[in-house]
Write a protein that binds this ligand. Structure first.
Ligand SMILES: [Zn+2]
Length: 237
């Protein structure tokens, strides 16, 4: 009786294994780890290139502004000196010193501005390249995610179909043997029954001696594999 009941449940197990396999495939789908990493790296590079460019442009703008202010200041100091409004030598010396200082500062600014004008084109080029790289990686990622979503949806649909089939597959199965099968499969990685195949357990390939085979066929009790511990059954044709 038990062997016949297990034969019946073996059909349920086939379905359960298919469900498990699909679930495993869904769980192992790669949600775009490599493509996301590549995108994140190019995003980081893009941000660096952008902030470098911003720094060069910002410094250039500030210095050009300061350059104009100093030039205006030199002009107004010189105007003051030569317009005849300064009457003593001490004041004239002070203005002279101030103009010298301003000119020295202007020289430094001019030199730095020249440097920045040289740094600007490569910084612009780097930012442009980084932007193109980023767009490329973004496109690759979204293409991957699209593919991933469609594969996942397809597998999930198949899984739902199999799960819908299960109640029907359970019809006519002995409830107490079914409960034992459920416990056994939980304890044994999703597979609770093993068919005897050429005097061996089909799962672990342990020998099934003749007395054990006879006991299984008698169906008096549930018999387990000496190797893996699963319930053994012999297929009835
Ligand atoms: Zn076994």
């Amino acid at each position: 009786m038990f062997n016949a009941a297990l034969n019946r449940i073996a059909k349920v197990q086939k379905l359960d294994i298919a469900i498990l396999e699909l679930q495993r495939r869904i769980d192992h789908l790669d949600p775009g780890r490599a493509a996301t990493k590549a995108r994140d790296e190019t995003l980081e590079a893009f941000h660096q290139a952008e902030s470098r460019l911003k720094a060069v442009r910002g410094e250039l703008t500030d210095l050009e502004l300061e350059q104009k202010k100093i030039e205006a200041k030199i002009k107004s100091e010189n105007d003051r000196l030569y317009s005849g409004g300064v009457y003593n030598a001490k004041d004239a010396d002070a203005i002279d010193r101030e103009v010298k200082n301003l000119k020295a500062r202007l020289g430094d600014i001019d030199a730095r501005i020249l440097e920045l004008w040289e740094e600007l084109p490569p910084a612009e080029e780097a930012a442009k390249t980084a932007e193109i790289d980023l767009a490329e990686k973004e496109a690759e990622l979204s293409k991957y995610l699209e593919k991933y979503a469609s594969v996942k949806a397809e597998l999930e649909q198949k899984l739902a179909q199999l799960q819908e089939m299960r109640p029907k597959a359970l019809e006519g199965a002995d409830p107490s043997v079914l409960a034992k099968y459920e416990r056994m499969r939980k304890a044994h990685g999703g597979i609770g029954l093993a068919k005897v195949d050429n005097d061996e357990c089909e799962i672990c390939r342990a020998r099934v001696p003749k007395p054990l085979k006879d006991a299984i066929l008698s169906g008096v009790d549930l018999e387990t594999c000496e190797g893996c511990g699963r319930y053994l059954y012999i297929e009835l044709s």
